[in-house]
Design a protein around this ligand. Structure first.
Ligand SMILES: NC(=O)C1=CN([C@@H]2O[C@H](COP(=O)(O)OP(=O)(O)OC[C@H]3O[C@@H](n4cnc5c(N)ncnc54)[C@H](O)[C@@H]3O)[C@@H](O)[C@H]2O)C=CC1
Ligand SMILES: O=C(O)[C@H]1O[C@H](OP(=O)(O)OP(=O)(O)OC[C@H]2O[C@@H](n3ccc(=O)[nH]c3=O)[C@H](O)[C@@H]2O)[C@H](O)[C@@H](O)[C@@H]1O
Length: 424
């Protein structure tokens, strides 16, 4: 099948490489020409486990990247994977979606009689595919609805595990304007052993927001319970271990600590709050999910300062800058507010991350970046563990290099006990 993927970022590039691996012919349209050159050279512009191998195997063969929208109408389906970042009021910025849809419409009108499906994979508020995407496409095609169908096919992959998640989804949701359009979209996944759920367009859009909001709620709930447990001297990980044994709850996403970061949970919960308020609802629970997440990283600094005394002039090691392990992505990373607070309190920050230091340097050029965790910890008065990197679990003697062994764990990754460090 011929697939065009619009946007070669995390979701677009991973989807494109995986669709190519599933035997499809894939064209990626990406406005950033640097990314286009890298993809065509088989070099991933982002770090994602397994992606380089897929690009090396398929680039220049059944996977090609380019910047123009020419010939899009020759493909069976175009899958929009552009960003939907938050606007100032928290709502989703749909301008990239609108622009991509308009460009697709402008091209498919050149090939009348050829049926083409426009699918949205980006996370968009309910109503977007029907009221914005379809409208922008049909405006360009002169309203001809015979040759075009619309699909909303949300993506549930996690960064760091993107290829694995894409290839082994819990479900593939296909919301469609009609059966024919949904059938074309379903064909993209025919070589994947996946449970397919067919829905309407808006339900598919809402499933994505609700899934992210629910996972974020589990994390903030665990953090609130963790804060209560801390005051009572109870280990929240032991508690959630027991709670998660209930099949109705599941053990996943119950890890308390620094809170959630990343480009999606904060943005998507904000967008849902904004949408709810616009339609006259009071999303009390969702707002609290965000509130807990805002204060959580600062609590770590407070606990640290209680142990070390004033942070002024103290060397503090920050282990982990990425928003989670196995990625160089620092968007909404919890280490950003933590470093800001440390600097405000006069600490000398020494940071280490296996992949994300160069990204963090763009935000904090003046702090110290170490090449190893050991270097960051040497002579430190305290340490904050911000990311669940597996290599941190192997740290042991490195902590002996600290001036004072004050360790605040934001991710419960270290293999040390409470008596040696202060776990969350
Ligand atoms: N990052 C993730 O793990 C996940 C993201 N999502 C959703 O997928 C969407 C995309 O997210 P990411 O891939 O992270 O964003 P991204 O920012 O990494 O990638 C978007 C890409 O689209 C390109 N682009 C923008 N406008 C374009 C246009 N008109 N034509 C062609 N290319 C264009 C940009 O240059 C950029 O490379 C968002 O709605 C996000 O919420 C959904 C599931 C997982
Ligand atoms: O829409 C999206 O973009 C994606 O958002 C999340 O994926 P992602 O943000 O890549 O990473 P997660 O593994 O979900 O972690 C998000 C944040 O939550 C934190 N987290 C996770 C789990 C947990 O128990 N506790 C916790 O604090 C992580 O450290 C990280 O900062 C969802 O898990 C994906 O299903 C979804 O497709």
């Amino acid at each position: 099948m011929k697939i065009t993927v619009i946007g070669g970022g995390y979701v677009g590039l991973v989807s494109a490489a995986c669709f190519a691996e599933l035997g499809n012919h894939v064209t990626v349209i990406e406005i950033d020409s640097k990314k286009v050159d890298m993809i065509n050279a088989g070099v991933p512009p982002i770090y994602e486990k397994g992606l380089e191998e897929l690009l090396k195997k398929h680039s220049g063969k059944n996977l090609v990247a380019k910047s123009d929208y020419n010939d899009i109408s020759l493909s069976d389906i175009s899958v929009i994977c552009v960003g939907t970042p938050p606007l100032k009021d928290g709502s989703a910025n749909l301008s990239y979606i609108k622009s991509a849809a308009g460009s697709i419409g402008g091209e498919i009108k050149k090939n009348p009689g050829h049926y083409h499906v426009v699918a949205v994979k980006s996370t968009v508020p309910p109503g977007t595919t029907e009221n914005i995407v379809a409208k922008a496409v049909l405006e360009k095609t002169g309203g001809n609805q015979e040759d075009v169908g619309f699909v909303m096919n949300p993506e549930f992959l996690r960064e760091g595990l993107a290829v694995e998640d894409f290839m082994n989804p819990d479900r593939v949701v296909i919301g469609s304007s009609d059966e024919k359009a949904g059938d074309v979209a379903e064909k993209m996944y025919e070589n994947l052993c996946a449970r397919i759920l067919r829905t309407g367009l808006s339900a598919a859009e809402m499933i994505k927001y609700t899934s992210n909001a629910f996972l974020a709620t589990k994390i903030s709930f665990s953090n609130e319970i963790g804060n209560i447990c801390k005051k009572l001297g109870i280990d929240v990980y032991e508690v959630m271990g027991g709670v998660g044994m209930d099949k109705r709850i599941s053990p996943m996403f119950l890890n308390a600590g620094a809170g959630f970061g990343g480009s999606c949970f904060p943005k998507d919960v904000m967008a849902l709050v904004s949408l709810a308020e616009k339609i006259g609802e009071k999303p009390v629970l969702l707002k609290s999910v965000l509130d807990v997440n805002e204060t959580q990283p600062l609590k770590m600094v407070e606990i640290l300062e209680k142990q070390t005394g004033s942070l002024k002039g103290k060397k503090i090691a920050v282990l982990g800058l990425a928003f989670k392990d196995n990625t160089d992505d620092i968007r909404e990373s919890r280490s950003i507010p933590v470093i800001k607070e440390l600097i405000l309190r006069g600490a000398l920050v020494s940071a280490y991350d296996p992949l994300a230091s160069s990204e963090m340097r763009k935000i904090y050029p003046a702090i110290n970046y170490s090449n190893t965790a050991g270097d960051a910890l040497t002579d430190a008065d305290g340490c904050l563990v911000m990311t669940e990197w597996p290599e941190f679990s192997r740290l042991s003697s490195e902590f002996d290099l600290m001036k004072d062994r004050v360790i605040i764990e934001g991710r419960r990754i270290l293999d040390i006990t409470d008596s040696e460090g202060i776990c969350w």
